[in-house]
Design a protein around this ligand. Structure first.
Ligand code: ATP
Ligand code: MG
Length: 246
């Protein structure tokens, strides 16, 4: 397997409580992975550690072909390395149009003055259109983001993350507050995105997880309790005891 992220023996305690306990697993470079587990299992804390928001007490987080350690890097630096994170509350600029939001989010490899060039501008608009297409907002490019529905704002936020071209996208509970139709569209966006990058999704909605059709890691008390297909992990008695049978 072509490993993009390797978490190895990671632990973190808050006031003596071990939220993450000797956690180890790997994510491949173009893989969809779902993480499930009971409240307080450490799912969000895992994302906090990978993005540099929380420093672990022990363990390693290795990144990319060269196995660079992400520990000790700032949050901004980790983001530049290609780790994108979707927070639950959308952070789109409500007064700006969908197109403006996506334009601002574009990862620009050119120098600061090239924005003045007509062709560079057209390239950017074409890229924005492609991202809008990918998130299903191609018809809403000129609408103010504040007018979008909750689901559409979430998709725009995902589009803005994709516009930064991350190699790993971390998504925490994307289906929360969405209608069934919005959930289905969200799965489609994430499945498409995972064809060219790693996507890690934390979600409690099992229907949503089933549609992702991917390997599932079950966390419990800060460690991996089970891993495999959804059918495999949901047949695991320990998983039923601590999570599904609640
Ligand atoms: N910054 C922090 N300070 C103190 N305790 C924390 C902190 N972050 C997380 N915890 C604790 O660590 C444990 C794991 O929390 P975490 O938010 O990672 O769980 P989770 O699996 O995301 O749960 P949920 O499904 O409810 O979102 C919880 O007991 C939580 O209270
Ligand atoms: Mg959480």
């Amino acid at each position: 397997m072509n490993t993009l992220l390797e978490v190895s023996g990671v632990s973190v305690s808050f006031d003596g409580f071990r939220a993450i306990n000797n956690l180890s697993f790997r994510i491949a470079s173009a893989e969809m992975r779902a993480i499930i587990g009971p409240n307080g299992a450490g799912k969000t804390t895992f994302m906090d550690i990978v993005t540099g928001k929380t420093k672990p007490d022990e363990g390693r987080i290795l990144w990319g072909e060269k196995s660079v350690s992400l520990l000790g890097l700032s949050e901004a630096r980790i983001a530049r390395e290609g780790v994108g994170r979707k927070f639950q509350k959308p952070t789109v600029f409500e007064d700006q149009t969908v197109q403006e939001n996506l334009l601002m989010a574009l990862k620009n490899k050119r120098g600061p003055f090239s924005v003045l060039l007509y062709r560079a501008k057209n390239d950017d608009l074409a890229r924005v259109e492609a991202f809008a297409e990918e998130i299903g907002l191609a018809d809403a490019l000129m609408r103010k983001s504040g007018e979008l529905s909750h689901g559409q704002k979430q998709w725009l936020e995902i589009g803005m993350l994709l516009a930064q071209e991350p190699r790993l996208l971390l998504v925490d509970e994307p289906a929360a507050g969405m209608t069934p139709a919005e959930r289905e569209h969200t799965t489609n966006i994430l499945v498409e995105a995972a064809k060219t990058r790693a996507v890690v999704v934390v979600e409690h909605d099992m229907e949503f997880v089933r549609r992702l059709d991917c390997k599932v890691t079950v966390l419990h008390e800060g460690s991996v309790l089970a891993e495999g297909s959804l059918d495999h992990v949901t047949a695991n008695k320990d998983v039923v005891d601590v999570y599904l049978g609640r």
